[in-house]
Design a protein around this ligand. Structure first.
Ligand SMILES: N[C@@H]1[C@@H](O)[C@H](O)[C@@H](COP(=O)(O)O)O[C@@H]1O
Length: 260
């Protein structure tokens, strides 16, 4: 696991986006894993800038969202399908047909989950998964106690996550209790995972992820088992890391030929 500590959210976004740009240069038909939330926004801002100013081309790429609320219609402004479209897809030249989300409005949710897993497999798997992290260490919507081998399925949100996400709705009562999320095993199958976290509110979760034991109580800690995980954080999110100076030393001395 590589830990990259940067000054602020803008730098975090720029660095994570550079990994996406390098991938697209190598592999124009790359499969991107797309996260929602406020943390990936600077990544999408930078990707939109690279597209507009440098012609970064998404025309052959495809994308898979991590998760979706259950019960919100797909066109609800806070459905993750809408969020991914607004924050990312509409700002670059990715073909909307190739931007997939779990169907949280399906009559048969279990079948929708199975079909989503199959769609990821059919696309050849995710090349680069952009991830955020919840204050309780969740990735996607895999809350504490999630099976570390899980696949796309229905989960119940903790009250903490509903409170955290209430800012996107007019009241907490509108935040759904249930979600469909890629499983931990699904996320672990991505070839490269790039997790971004910013702000002091994430410091505890980032500590658990990087330096805690691998435990379903902090689901993100499973990334310690991932062969290619890059954790990009700002100073505030890094503030609880015991070995922060060591991670800075490694990054500062990284050979220039070695990308993320
Ligand atoms: N399902 C999403 C996660 O994918 C995201 O990482 C988390 C943190 O969001 P934020 O980046 O806004 O703090 O929020 C939600 O729970």
């Amino acid at each position: 696991m590589e830990i990259v500590i940067l000054r602020d959210a803008h730098e975090v976004g720029r660095t994570a986006a550079s990994a996406v740009a390098a991938l697209l240069a190598r592999r124009p038909d790359a499969v991107l894993g797309l996260a929602t939330g406020s943390s990936p926004l600077p990544v999408y801002d930078e990707l939109a800038r690279l597209h507009a100013e440098d012609g970064l081309d998404f025309s052959r790429a495809s994308g898979f969202a991590l998760d979706e609320y259950v019960g919100l219609p797909g066109d609800h402004p806070e459905s993750y399908r809408s969020v991914i479209r607004r924050d990312f897809a509409e700002r670059v030249n990715i073909d909307p047909v190739r931007v997939h989300s779990p169907d949280g409005a399906a009559a048969d949710l279990e079948d929708a989950c199975a079909r989503y897993e199959q769609a990821i497999l059919d696309a050849g798997g995710v090349d680069l998964q952009i991830l955020g992290i919840g204050t309780d260490g969740h990735i996607g919507f895999n809350e504490p106690g999630s099976s570390l081998a899980s696949r796309t399925r229905i989960k119940t949100l903790t009250e903490q996550t509903r409170r955290d996400n209430a800012r996107f709705f007019s009241s907490i009562d509108e935040v759904p209790h249930h979600v469909v999320t890629q499983g931990v095993g699904t996320i672990m199958a991505a070839r490269h995972v790039v997790l971004v976290a910013t702000g002091a509110v994430k410091a505890g979760a980032v500590h658990g992820l990087v330096e805690g034991p691998v435990t379903a109580m902090c689901v993100a800690s499973v990334l310690q088992f991932h062969p290619h995980a890059t954790v990009i954080v700002d100073e505030a999110a890094a503030s609880a890391l015991d070995l922060a100076d060591y991670y800075r030393h490694i990054y500062d001395n990284k050979p220039s030929w070695q990308g993320l």
